[in-house]
Design a binder for this molecule. Structure first.
Ligand SMILES: Cc1cc2nc3c(=O)[nH]c(=O)nc-3n(C[C@H](O)[C@H](O)[C@H](O)COP(=O)(O)OP(=O)(O)OC[C@H]3O[C@@H](n4cnc5c(N)ncnc54)[C@H](O)[C@@H]3O)c2cc1C
Length: 247
């Protein structure tokens, strides 16, 4: 059973009117890049909380979560309105298997994110372990509109630091973007343009694919990987892809 720790909001960094990053001062102890915590607010009869992936690397001083408002949701609109100095509750048991240590050794690691699913991959990219374990690391980041492409400065810094070892594939599906691909990830896999853009193939011999975000994307990409004789990874039955569904 998790305990609730008192956190303090240090900053609320809004990207637009429905996407934001909350920076939280709280000590949750040791955890691995890619894991999530539960973040909540006190209510008369308990705590209203939801899981959120951590964007910060574990060695950074503050926790960071990146999320969108779900209009009809009970918690996300309230978290969106928090300001510096406000109290927020954070669970003391970071969890999740979307971590580098869970992935079998192979040459190429693909990270496929839709929307706010970029969060855990940024934590992993900021940490050292992934660069020691894989020859190439490719981040595919799909959003609907250009204004939803978050953390572009950070991704630019990682590109500058890691050079050829890091591949970045931005995807914007609902409007034209000159530097991004423009179709759904599965369509880009089927017509070969995703791998051509990255200069790396996706196959059972060389690759592991991590996915995070919407269940539609995860279901569709998983089917495409299954068709390539790749299978879901389990600790007791190692495979080729690992998933975390947000909704
Ligand atoms: C392991 C895990 C980690 C998560 N990490 C993140 C994260 O880092 N960032 C993040 O934005 N969300 C994340 N989520 C989703 C998050 O926990 C909440 O569900 C979300 O913020 C909405 O909360 P809510 O209380 O307002 O609505 P909820 O009552 O949780 O959900 C209301 C409805 O909205 C759907 N929904 C949930 N999340 C989204 C979304 N992001 N976009 C559209 N529809 C959604 C739900 O399926 C449900 O139908 C994560 C979920 C899981 C299971």
């Amino acid at each position: 059973m998790a305990n609730w720790l008192d956190g303090k909001v240090v900053d609320n960094r809004r990207l637009n009117e429905y996407l934001t990053s909350l920076i939280i001062d709280v000590d949750i102890g040791a955890y691995e890049a890619g894991q999530f915590v539960r973040v909540g607010l006190p209510e008369a009869d308990g705590v209203l909380a939801r899981p959120y992936s951590l964007v910060n690397a574990p060695e950074e001083p503050y926790l960071e979560v990146y999320f969108n408002i779900v209009e009809e949701g009970p918690l996300s609109p309230r978290l969106f309105d928090l300001q510096a100095g406000d109290q927020v509750l954070v669970s003391d048991n970071p969890s999740g298997f979307l971590t580098v240590s869970e992935i079998p050794r192979c040459r190429h690691l693909w990270m496929v994110a839709t929307g706010t699913g970029i969060g855990p991959f940024l934590a992993i990219l900021k940490s050292e372990a992934v660069w020691q374990k894989f020859d190439r690391v490719i981040l595919c980041y799909s959003v609907s509109y250009t204004s939803e492409l978050a953390y572009q400065d950070l991704i630019g810094q990682i590109r500058a630091q890691r050079g050829e070892q890091f591949g970045y594939v931005p995807i914007v599906t609902r409007e034209r973007h000159d530097a991004a691909l423009g179709k759904r990830i599965t369509a880009l896999m089927q017509d070969g343009s995703l791998e051509a853009f990255a200069g790396v193939g996706i196959n059972a011999a060389d690759s592991h694919v991590m996915m995070c975000g919407s269940s539609n994307m995860i279901t569709d990409v998983s089917a495409e990987l299954n068709a390539r004789d790749m299978k879901k990874h389990r600790r007791r039955d190692p495979g080729h892809y690992t998933t975390e569904k947000y909704h």
